[in-house]
Ligand binder design. Sequence first.
Ligand SMILES: [Zn+2]
Length: 164
Amino acid sequence: MASGESSDKKIIRIGGKLSEHFAFLNADAPSDGASKISCLHCKKQFAYRGSNTSLTYHLQHKHPMQYQRVAAADRKKNDDTKRCSIMNFVSTQSNKPVSDRVCEDLKGAIAQWIASSGRPTAIVEDPGLQTVLCVALQNQQYTLPSRRTIDNIIARMYDEKLND
Ligand SMILES: [Zn+2]
């Protein structure tokens, strides 16, 4: 079966993150058969059956510099996606006011948690914890108590214990 004659060789690039590194050779091949794919850097040919595993492997071992770029772009995309999905979630919540009472209770609960679990006080500077609390309180402006505040509460807790 002869497919249409075309003077230009069609280059069909593979989709996704490997698009800059591999292109299909036989774009008109029947879709049920294996396609031929070629590395754009060293022209090595591969049989392509829908999986990028061997291509990624090739890139990683033969063209490590190129692979670094793919991996870095991948990481960035993942981070962005994660950040976006959390922030989208927060931003869809209404901005409910957090009462002083709740703030005080939270301070106490956080101090208790840190003291009893042996977590570092620096955990109040963890943006992840901050995000979780913003979501829980449905308030984007909530900020965690400072390390100093928590240290003071913990010190007070110990004092009270000693004076019992
Ligand atoms: Zn190659």
